[in-house]
Design a protein around this ligand. Structure first.
Ligand code: M6R
Length: 614
C-alpha cells in the first residue's frame, strides 16, 4: 500500500507530484504529503490527513516553488491516519525528507538505538526511523546521501520503496526498493519515480523497474545510475510502456468502477487476442508449450492468491479438475505462507494477482520456489514484482484497473484460467478436439455476449433501489456459481459496507438458513447447468422461509422465474464459461447499491488497491 512519486526536471514540480498522487490514490488515501526543495535550498514539507484533495486545499496559499520533489499517499499501518503520521517524514535536523511504501519490521530496535543517540521522533510511524537512521549515518560517517542510504538499508528488515530528498543538494533524489514496487521514468531532461508508471505515462514511455536492494541515483542533467547496497553498479534495462493515458481516465463515466465494468467486452477481447486460434480449435497461452514437461509432469496443482484473485483461483480449481483431471488445491496466500506447506518439485504452483504486488502472494511464491516447485504467475500489471518472481506465467491484459473493487481483472483472470485449463488438457489429452473446439469457439463469442449482459444495467439500477437499505445479504451458488457467489458478496461488502455472505447453496441448510426472513435478501446464481435441478430446491427452501430472491438465470428460464422475486437473464454459454457471464450483473448490483448509499465506490474506506503489507 501507499503510493510514492518523485520528480526532477524543469516542469512544475508541484503539479507533476499532485497529479501523480491522484493516479496513485488507489493505493491508499489516509493522508497525503509533498516535499520540495527550491533552487535556493529551502526544504518545504506540506501534509494533510485524508485524500489528496485535502492536501491541495491545504497548499493553496503556500509557497509551491521547487526544482525537485517527492510525494506520498498513505494507507496507514503504524500510527493512525493523522497530519503527524503523514509522509514525507524529515530528519531531526531538517535536512532530509523521505517517503516510504512498505513496513520496517525491526523499526522498534532501530528506534530505541537512535533514541539513545539523542534522536527525537515526532510520529508513530515505522518510516520515521528510516530517515533518522540515514541522517545519523550520514553525519557519523561524514558521507554522501547515497552512501548513507545504502548503509542504512543494510540494517533494515522489512519491505521498502523509498525516495529521499536532501535540502543541501537540490539536484538529486535517492531512491531504493525491496519487496515494494518502484519504477523510474526517463524523460527528456527530466526523471520521475513512482510506485507504478501511471504518474508519468503522459510524459514518457521509457521506464526502468528497480530490482530488490537496488539504489537509484537520480541527478539533474546526468544519466540514471543504479547501484546495489554493496555499491556495485547495475546495468540499466529500459522498458517501453504499453499503457496509454486514456486508460487512466474515466472516459465519461462517473466512476472508474463503472468504466471498468463496461470495458469488459473489450478487455476480454484483449485477454483472448492471439490466444484462441484456428477458430477456437487450439489455445496457445504463454509459458505452457515452452514448459511442456512441467505441465505434463505435475502430480498436483496448488493455486495461491488473495481476495478476488482467490475467488478466481477457486474457479481455476474447478476448471482444471474438470478439464485436466488433476488434483488442485486452492490456498489463501496469507495462510499458505505460514502453514508449513508440503510441496516438492513435482508440484506446480499457480499464483494469481491483479496488481502483481500483493505481499502475501509474493511470499507464497518464494516459499514454493524454495521448495523446488515450478511457479506459474497470472498478473495484470506488466513488469510488477510477481511476474518477475515466478518461473513463467502470463498476463491477463485487461489494462490498468483503478477502481479498488476488482471487476474487469476478475473476468480476465477467469478467462485466462479457462484458457490455461484447456491448454493443459490439450497437452495431457484429457479433452477431445471436439470438446476443445466447442469451448474455444464460445470463448471467441464471450466479448459479444458480455455486451448483451451489460444491457441489464438499467434493470439492475432499478432493482438496486429496492434493496439499498437491506442490512444483510446472502449470495448462493453451486459448482461454478459458488465462487461467483463469494465474489458477488465481496463486491457488495467492500463498496457499500453491507454485510454479505457467499455460501454454497446446499450448505445453507446446515446453518445459514436460520438467518432467512423477510429482511434478508438472497442473490442466487442459478444458470442452467448440471446442478440446476438441485439449486431449484435451494431456491424453494429460501422462498418457503419468506426470504426475497434475486436470481441470475439463463435466458428462457421458466422454473426459477416463477419462484424468485426478481430474475436477471443472461445468455446461455457452456457451464465452464458461466462465471464470466453471471458475475457481471453482481458487479452492477453492488455498484448501484453503493451509489444509492452515497458511498465512494472507487475508494472504499479502509481499503487499498495494492496490498503490499502482511
Ligand atoms: O492485486 P491482487 O489481485 O493480488 O489483490 C488481491 C486482493 O487484495 C484484491 O483482489 C481485493 O480483494 C480487491 N479489493 C477485491 O475487489
Amino acid at each position: 500500500m501507499c503510493g510514492i512519486v518523485g520528480y526532477i526536471g524543469n516542469g512544475n514540480v508541484y503539479d507533476v507530484l499532485i497529479k501523480g498522487l491522484h493516479r496513485l490514490e488507489y493505493r491508499g488515501y489516509d493522508s497525503a504529503g509533498v516535499a520540495m526543495v527550491s533552487p535556493e535550498g529551502k526544504l518545504k514539507i506540506y501534509k494533510a490527513r485524508g485524500k489528496v484533495e485535502n492536501l491541495e486545499q491545504y497548499c493553496k496559499d503556500k509557497d509551491l516553488s521547487g526544482c525537485v520533489g517527492i510525494a506520498h499517499t498513505r494507507w496507514a499501518t503504524h500510527g493512525e491516519p493523522s497530519d503527524l503520521n503523514a509522509h514525507p517524514h524529515y530528519s531531526d535536523d531538517g535536512r532530509l525528507a523521505l517517503v516510504h511504501n512498505g513496513t520496517i519490521e525491526n523499526y522498534k530496535v532501530l528506534k530505541d538505538a537512535l533514541t539513545q543517540h539523542g534522536c527525537k521522533f515526532h510520529s508513530e510511524t515505522d518510516t520515521e526511523v528510516l530517515v533518522q537512521l540515514i541522517e545519523y549515518i550520514k553525519v557519523k560517517n561524514d558521507c554522501s546521501l547515497v552512501d548513507a542510504v545504502r548503509e542504512a538499508l543494510k540494517q533494515v528488515v522489512g519491505a521498502y520503496a523509498i525516495a529521499v530528498l536532501e535540502k543541501d543538494n537540490p539536484d538529486q533524489i535517492i531512491a531504493a526498493r525491496k519487496s515494494s514496487p518502484l519504477v523510474i521514468g526517463i524523460g527528456e531532461d527530466e526523471m520521475f519515480l513512482a510506485s507504478d508508471a501511471t504518474p508519468f505515462v503522459e510524459y514518457t514511455n521509457e521506464a526502468v523497474y528497480l530490482k530488490d536492494e537496488e539504489v537509484a541515483i537520480i541527478r539533474r542533467g546526468e544519466p540514471l545510475k543504479i547501484v546495489s547496497l554493496e555499491n556495485e553498479e547495475s546495468a540499466i534495462d529500459v522498458k517501453t510502456l504499453e499503457m496509454g493515458i486514456s486508460q487512466l481516465e474515466k472516459g465519461g463515466y462517473p466512476h472508474f468502477m463503472l468504466k471498468e465494468i463496461f470495458e469488459q467486452p473489450s478487455t476480454l477481447l484483449d485477454c483472448i487476442r492471439g490466444r484462441v486460434v484456428e477458430g477456437g480449435r487450439r489455445i496457445m497461452l504463454n509459458g505452457v508449450q515452452d514448459n511442456k514437461e512441467k505441465f505434463l509432469g505435475e502430480k498436483r496443482i496448488v493455486i495461491v492468491a488473495c481476495g478476488t484473485s482467490w475467488h478466481a483461483a477457486l474457479l481455476g480449481k474447478y476448471l482444471i479438475q474438470d478439464m485436466c483431471r488433476l488434483p488442485v488445491e486452492v490456498e489463501y496466500a496469507s495462510e499458505f505462507r505460514y502453514s508449513n506447506p508440503v510441496l516438492d518439485p513435482s508440484d506446480l504452483v499457480i499464483a494469481i494477482s491483479q496488481s502483481g504486488e500483493t505481499a502475501d502472494t509474493l511470499a507464497a511464491i518464494q516459499i514454493a520456489r524454495g521448495m523446488g516447485a515450478f511457479v506459474y504467475g497470472i498478473s495484470n500489471v506488466v513488469g510488477s514484482s510477481i511476474p518477475r518472481a515466478t518461473d513463467s506465467g502470463t498476463y491477463i491484459h485487461v489494462g490498468p484497473e483503478i477502481g479498488v473493487a476488482s471487476t474487469k481483472a476478475f473476468t480476465g483472470q477467469v478467462m485466462v484460467l479457462t484458457m490455461l485449463a484447456v491448454s493443459i488438457a490439450q497437452l495431457r489429452g484429457t479433452m477431445t478436439s471436439e470438446q476443445i473446439a466447442q469451448i474455444g469457439s464460445c470463448i471467441l463469442r464471450i466479448p459479444r455476449l458480455v455486451e448483451d449482459v451489460l444491457k441489464l444495467a438499467p434493470a439492475i439500477e432499478r432493482l438496486s433501489l429496492i434493496y439499498t437499505y437491506a442490512r444483510n445479504f446472502l449470495y448462493l451458488g453451486r459448482g461454478y456459481s459458488y465462487p461467483v457467489a463469494l465474489e458477488g458478496a465481496l463486491k457488495l461488502k467492500e463498496i457499500s459496507y453491507i454485510h454479505a455472505e457467499g455460501y454454497p447453496a446446499a450448505e445453507m441448510k446446515h446453518g445459514p438458513i436460520a438467518l432467512i426472513d423477510a429482511e434478508m435478501p438472497s442473490v442466487i446464481i442459478a444458470p442452467d447447468d448440471h446442478l440446476y435441478e438441485k439449486i431449484v430446491n435451494n431456491v424453494q427452501q429460501v422462498k418457503a422461509r419468506g426470504g426475497s430472491i434475486i436470481a441470475i438465470v439463463t435466458e428462457g428460464d421458466t422454473v426459477i422465474r416463477n419462484i424468485a422475486d426478481h430474475v436477471l437473464e443472461v445468455p446461455r454459454v457452456p457451464e465452464c464459461l458461466t462465471p464470466i457471464i453471471t458475475s457481471i450483473p453482481l458487479q452492477l448490483l453492488s455498484y448501484y447499491i453503493a451509489i444509492n448509499k452515497g458511498k465512494n465506490v472507487d475508494m472504499p474506506r479502509n481499503l487499498a488497491k495494492s496490498v503490499t503489507v502482511e
